[in-house]
Design a protein around this ligand. Structure first.
Ligand code: 8YV
Length: 321
């Protein structure tokens, strides 16, 4: 028999596998129910009436159906900056605030974007394999690659992370252009559409929120505009890029290459992409360092703690401010 629920420890449903340091923070103050809705539907049905919070990550699904099953739900705390799979309108109908973890991951995701850009341009993963496979000895020097410093960078989505990428790229002597829902108060060249931007840059970095509004924003037309010398880097959401069109563009040389940290159906990555030599692939590691994930977990916890202590939330999503 498990212990009866403790009324002083609000029940929190985790909708993703939480990192151990987040679990350690939660456990003293909360009754943590680890993915009970998928692991044990019967136990979930029993626990649902007392669940007062949901927590998960940037890719977690908190849809209308789940919210409807939780009559006592008071808050959704996302450990991630993205929350495109949280049905915020459904939460707002019940005045349930949604929080996320902006800013604390800006540096990390920007570092990852620069790393991916260098990796695909300078073929760093290929270089590593070239040495390991003994090809240097057998075949001589590796074929020349593409210089990144001084090239033209286009940023799709000039938010907080986009700005952090731009600052880093400036140190590489790159020129910066961007497209965004609205023109920003910056010196960078603005383009009204992703294809206009793509036509004018060597590297196109996607860092715009996911969701219905940006679905397949980077499509076959944008890739054609980027052209055979152009590289695509996606550190946003897989949904922002039409993956089938991208595979075709990579296979046919419509673009030069791509570096991808996110995919349409994670963790499944199409075999066609894996088979290509002009791509660099990463398993959604944009924010995945010990330091940054600790900071994200802390902020996700602090939002929950603030709510249950009756204090103002630290970082509600814009729709809930
Ligand atoms: C993580 C992310 O994958 O912040 C986001 O939106 O996609 C990532 O940082 C995830 O949220 C970790 O919990």
């Amino acid at each position: 028999m498990s212990a009866p629920p403790d009324p002083n420890r609000p029940a929190v449903l985790a909708v993703m596998q939480l990192p151990p340091f987040y679990v350690e923070r939660l456990q003293p103050s909360f009754e943590l129910l680890d993915r009970l809705h998928v692991a044990d539907p019967q136990a979930f049905a029993q626990a649902a009436p007392r669940i007062r919070a949901v927590t998960g990550g940037g890719e977690s699904v908190v849809d209308r159906a789940l919210i409807a099953q939780l009559p006592a739900l008071e808050i959704v705390s996302i450990m991630g900056v993205g929350y495109d799979k949280v049905d915020v309108p459904a939460a707002l109908e019940r005045r349930i605030p949604v929080t996320h973890t902006p800013d604390v991951l800006n540096d990390e995701v920007a570092d990852t974007a620069i790393g991916l850009m260098l990796s695909v341009a300078r073929k760093l993963p290929h270089a590593d394999r070239y040495v390991r496979e003994g090809r240097w000895e057998k075949e001589g020097p590796m074929p020349l690659t593409r210089k990144m410093s001084g090239a033209r960078l286009g940023i799709v989505g000039l938010g907080r992370i986009g700005m952090a990428i731009a600052r880093r790229a400036q140190a590489f002597g790159m020129s910066i252009a961007y497209t965004s829902r609205s023109r920003k108060d910056v010196d960078f060249a603005y383009h009204a559409s992703a294809s206009a931007l793509a036509a004018n840059v060597d590297f196109l970095v996607v860092i715009t929120p996911g969701g219905a509004q940006t679905r397949h924003l980077v499509d076959a037309e944008v890739l054609r505009a980027l052209g055979p010398q152009g590289y695509l880097v996606n550190v946003a959401r897989g949904s922002v890029v039409d993956e089938a069109a991208l595979i075709q563009a990579l296979q046919q040389g419509t673009i030069a290459g791509a570096a991808l940290d996110v995919f349409e159906d994670e963790p499944r990555v199409p075999q066609a992409l894996r088979a290509l030599d002009n791509v660099v692939l990463a398993p959604h590691i944009g924010s995945a360092t010990v330091q940054t994930r600790h900071a994200m977990a802390s902020l996700a916890f602090d939002n929950l703690a603030a709510h249950f202590a009756g204090r103002p939330l630290l970082t509600p999503v814009p729709e809930c401010r």
